[in-house]
Ligand binder design. Structure first.
Ligand code: PEP
Ligand code: MN
Length: 337
């Protein structure tokens, strides 16, 4: 249920409504806009007497939200959510690009990649220190040492970084270093992990599960939002279909669908979606054209030596070429890079 306050409703009026709703055992998530405050009511809303709330001072109207996700819905927050990470804003007019290796492999590899992607205009760094690998025999990541190399790369380039956290117990450690926490596709429905990142104050990059519907994905976002963290970015990274030519099938329509359903920023990872470096460039361009707020792209100085995801990693010069083609596409749809 949503309570829309009148323009200019006083803080005391808002407080009185919150108090009244909370007496029923429901929780209230206020969304304070420039002109109006919207109160999202979560819990057993049958206990809330909407007719009475409607009569309270400062209340404009009340609405039931039909969708199972409430806080993530456009109805709850009609204006786009902007997420600030140091000097970077995600979800605004500017299209952002997060780039870096699949896995942090060494100090040199991380710094070399960071310098290269910065020179080509990347907005943020990415790199996995804790890697969710399909095989227990594959490289599992450098752990905290990898986080340290990411922090060094940030210090040198000034670019904030996103990195994956796989375990609720590791959220405090990863948060000590990272600017944004990544929930990987395999963990999209790890509810204990969603709860833990929901209680942290770091922005969260929530990747789509490889077999998840858009509604399931938004319900996972709802877990994070309902635990108090409003800074969630959705990342489409391809889903499993009958098609085997590509690693996954990029669901490009997820971008405009999400733009209708949610106020949260949407980015696309064409690297994991296709699994092939020569498909990354066209699908990255298509993602920007479709209205994505950003891209997540794997770049490795020597993909043939990469410890993970070499086949889908761009060499720095290829990343530079891709970056050069994006501003014209962004401009064509009224955005900037
Ligand atoms: C990654 O971004 O490194 C990754 C493992 O991606 P996904 O969870 O989308 O497979
Ligand atoms: Mn990868």
């Amino acid at each position: 249920m949503i309570i829309v306050m009148k323009k200019g409703a006083s803080p005391m009026q808002v407080e009185a409504v919150i108090e009244r709703v909370e007496q029923t055992g429901c929780k209230v998530h206020p969304s304070v806009g420039e002109e109006t405050t919207i109160l999202g009511v979560i819990g057993d809303v049958r206990a809330v007497n909407m007719a009475q709330i409607q009569l309270m001072e400062g209340v404009d109207r009340t609405m039931r939200v039909a969708r199972p996700y409430k806080l993530a819905s456009r109805e709850f927050n009609p204006t786009d959510t902007l997420i600030r990470i140091r000097d970077v804003v995600i979800g605004g007019n500017k299209v952002v690009v997060m780039a870096g290796p699949c896995a942090v492999e060494s100090r040199e590899q991380m710094l070399e990649t960071a310098r290269a992607v910065k020179a080509s205009g990347a907005t943020m760094l990415r790199g996995g220190a804790f890697k969710p690998r399909s095989s227990p025999y594959s490289f599992q990541g450098l752990g905290e040492e990898g986080l340290k190399y990411l922090a060094m790369a940030r210090e040198e380039t000034g670019l904030p970084f996103v990195t994956e956290v796989m375990d609720p117990q590791m959220v405090p450690l990863v948060s000590e270093y990272a600017d944004m926490l990544q929930i990987g596709a395999r963990n999209m429905q790890n509810f204990a992990l969603l709860h833990a990142v929901g209680e942290s104050h770091k922005p969260v990059l929530l990747k789509r599960g490889m077999m998840s519907t858009i509604e399931e994905w938004l319900m996972s976002a709802e877990y994070i939002l309902s635990h108090g963290n409003n800074n969630v970015i959705l990342c489409e990274r391809g889903i499993r279909t009958f098609e085997t030519t590509t690693r996954n099938t990029l669901d490009i329509s997820a971008v405009p669908v999400l733009k209708q359903l949610t106020h949260l920023p949407v980015v696309v990872d064409p690297s994991h979606a296709t699994g092939k470096w020569d498909l990354v460039e066209p699908t990255a361009r298509a993602s920007v054209a479709a209205g994505a707020d950003g891209l997540v792209i794997e770049v490795h100085p020597r993909p043939e030596e990469a410890l993970s995801d070499g086949p889908q990693s761009l060499k720095p010069e290829r990343f530079t070429n891709l970056m050069a083609t994006l501003p014209a596409i962004a401009t064509a749809i009224g955005r900037s890079m």
